[in-house]
Ligand binder design. Structure first.
Ligand code: F6R
Length: 612
């Protein structure tokens, strides 16, 4: 949700900023802009609606020469995404330049006050108000750092900020409240970024800024302080992944690469956590809460979007295999509905990015109410990962495609590992079944590879349905959330309206939608729900709906009811959602590609939603 890059050093900043912005573009791509301070201590800037590459195509490299600069790629909140509203923003005297990720909630009040002081505004954004507010304080303090500090004490809301002042052209000031920000330490240079993707090419040594902190960055060093001017010492951390992991590696899209990576990423999730000889599960990050988990009377899972779907599967797992009552809450609703939580409750928050504002707010609310909060997070060092009481990383590696794929299957695997750990201890999973599940893990990646090998089948079905206006996805039990996730993937990248339902719910209303133009995707593995779902398929068939089934290999019976079958190898129930999700990911991917959509950057979306 908006990407910020900054550079101060000896090199020309502009190429470093452009490269960084392209790597952060998954965070927002409505508009982009850069500002540098040139040798005459003037701002040169360029900003434009659209993607970074449009900006790069148009800009004049000569004019933007300078070795200190900031850049931004935007996901609009205040003001439509046009050239004018693109960041960086300036005060009316072009003295201060600001890029901002977040929302200044009291910007209207501040704008009124500044207007009375004679300030004028040329954009609709909250960020321009902040630039003017800093300039206002500069007039009395004649000190950039103090002016930033004074301005930020007046601001309510969230921000990740990078700021320049052309009368103090030897520094970038950055500040954070609710929106992620870090900086990388190179040789005689510092690179600022919303996340590690823009830094890793230059250095692996990074410092994360915490909420309520600012940093003054110079070519030869830095200083971290609270916004109230208290010095902070912070350790340098190492970025844990390599540049190749955030590049496409020959694939047409990041999403396709990430779908195909899943046999590896799933292994990374369970590697070192399962002992295949002793049949033990060990999740080091949860050591401190093992007893609490084993004795839990209730678990609440909270998350957003795809991670929420993973949570729904987790609910089935924990209730079925561990007999622990489990509830799943939309994080965005949880905090506002006065939830009944007590200190014996375990709250699990799931987040790929570890930065989702709603999920973080739900986590804080659960902590405030005294619950133990466990994180299932992908992004190492992210805000949620740092703030939960304890947690387990899914280790899926950087996920760049906006539509989440490999993180989803790894979230399912993490939930399965937690389930196995508790179920074994409590004896709610019988020894024989436990062994069968653990043995299955060894061959699961191979089965995922088989599914990935059937790309031509997915392409063929996608071609048949690429012009559909609607899709229904149906499943039962643990595969109902898989249906929801299939529908979400279809909506977000193909822009085709799609809904997921529990298969038996159809007859209570949605069946009225069925006619010969309605494709209905059934997730119908050979499990305990099989006979029931076959009945549901027949109900749709009788109304001439077009049936696509995700079935189990060698299930000949279901073929008779289906127009198209995409089959996956048989597995144990707990891992079925992982396998069944893959053909659905491919289906949405190939339909979106066939429609000519930008799969990795679907319209209106951003990868990491750091605003409420
Ligand atoms: C869908 C998708 C979103 C995210 C949601 C939560 O493909 O990616 O629905 O799942 O915004 O994001 P995280 O997991 O980063 O908290």
């Amino acid at each position: 949700m908006c990407g910020i890059v900054g550079y101060i050093g000896k090199r020309n900043s502009i190429n470093i900023i452009f490269d960084g912005l392209k790597r952060l573009e998954y965070r927002g791509y409505d508009s982009a802009g850069v500002a540098v301070i040139n040798d005459e201590n003037e701002f040169n800037y360029y900003k434009k609606a659209g993607k970074v590459k449009e900006l790069e195509k148009d800009f004049n490299g000569e004019i933007l020469d300078g070795n200190i600069g900031i850049g931004h790629t935007r996901w609009a909140t205040h003001g439509e995404p046009n050239d004018n509203n693109a960041h960086p923003h300036f005060d009316m005297n072009k003295h201060i330049s600001v890029v901002h990720n977040g929302i200044i909630e009291n910007f209207k009040t501040l704008k009124k006050k500044l207007t009375q002081e004679g300030y004028t505004f040329s954009t609709d954004t909250d960020t321009e108000v902040l630039a003017n507010l800093i300039d206002f304080h500069c007039k009395t303090t004649h000190d950039f750092e103090k002016a930033v500090r004074y301005a930020l004490t007046e601001v309510e809301g969230t921000y990740g900020l990078a700021m320049l002042c052309n009368t103090e052209p030897d520094k970038i000031i950055i500040a954070r409240m609710g929106s992620p920000l870090m900086f990388g330490l190179g040789k005689d240079e510092i690179i600022v970024s919303s996340d590690a993707a823009a830094i890793i090419k230059h250095t692996k040594n990074v410092i994360y800024l915490e909420d309520g902190e600012m940093a003054i960055l110079k070519r030869d060093g830095f200083q971290i302080k609270t916004i109230n001017d208290v010095d902070i010492q912070r350790e340098v951390q190492k970025i844990e992944y390599d540049l190749e992991q955030i590049e496409k590696g020959g694939f047409e899209h990041f999403m396709l690469k990430e779908i195909c990576e899943q046999p590896d990423t799933i292994q990374n999730t369970y590697r070192g956590r399962i002992n295949f000889e002793t049949y033990d599960v060990k999740l080091g990050g949860l050591d401190s809460v093992r007893e609490k988990l084993f004795n839990a009377k209730r678990i609440i899972i909270t998350a957003c979007g795809t991670a929420w779907h993973a949570g729904l599967v987790g609910e089935y797992m924990l209730e079925h295999y561990c007999r622990i009552p489990t509830e799943v809450e939309y994080a965005s609703e949880f905090r506002y509905r006065n939830p009944i939580i007590n200190k014996d409750d375990i709250v699990i928050v799931i987040s790929q990015s570890g930065e989702t504002a709603d999920t973080r707010a739900a986590m804080k609310e659960a902590q405030r109410l005294g619950a133990t909060v466990i994180g299932i997070v992908n992004a190492v060092g992210s805000t949620i990962a740092r703030e939960v009481d304890c947690g387990t990383y899914i280790h899926a590696g950087p996920e760049i495609g906006v539509a989440s794929t490999k993180a989803f299957t790894s979230q399912l695997m993490s939930l399965a590992l937690i389930t196995l750990m508790i179920g074994k201890h409590k004896g709610t999973i019988k020894e024989e079944e436990f062994k069968e599940i653990v043995d299955e893990l060894k061959i699961l990646p191979g089965k995922m590879k088989e599914i990935i090998g059937k790309m031509n089948e997915y392409k063929f079905v996608a071609e048949e349905f690429k012009d559909s206006l609607n899709f229904l996805y149906l499943g039962r039990g643990m595969n109902f959330p898989v249906a929801l996730e299939g529908a979400l993937k279809m909506k977000e990248i193909s822009y085709i309206h799609a809904e997921g339902y529990p298969a038996a719910e159809m007859k209570h209303g949605p069946i009225a939608l069925i006619d010969e133009n309605m494709p209905v995707v059934f997730v119908a593995p050979k499990d305990d729900t099989y006979d029931k779902i076959v009945t549901n398929i027949e109900e749709i068939k009788a109304r001439k709906g077009k049936i696509i089934t995700i079935s189990t290999d060698h299930d000949e019976e279901i073929k008779a009811y289906s127009d198209y079958t995409l089959s996956v190898p048989k597995t144990v129930d707990i891992f079925a959602p992982i396998l069944n999700s893959i053909p659905l990911q491919f289906l949405s991917y190939y339909i979106a590609s066939a429609r000519g959509n930008n799969v990795d950057q679907p319209r209106n979306l951003a990868k990491s939603v750091t605003v409420e």
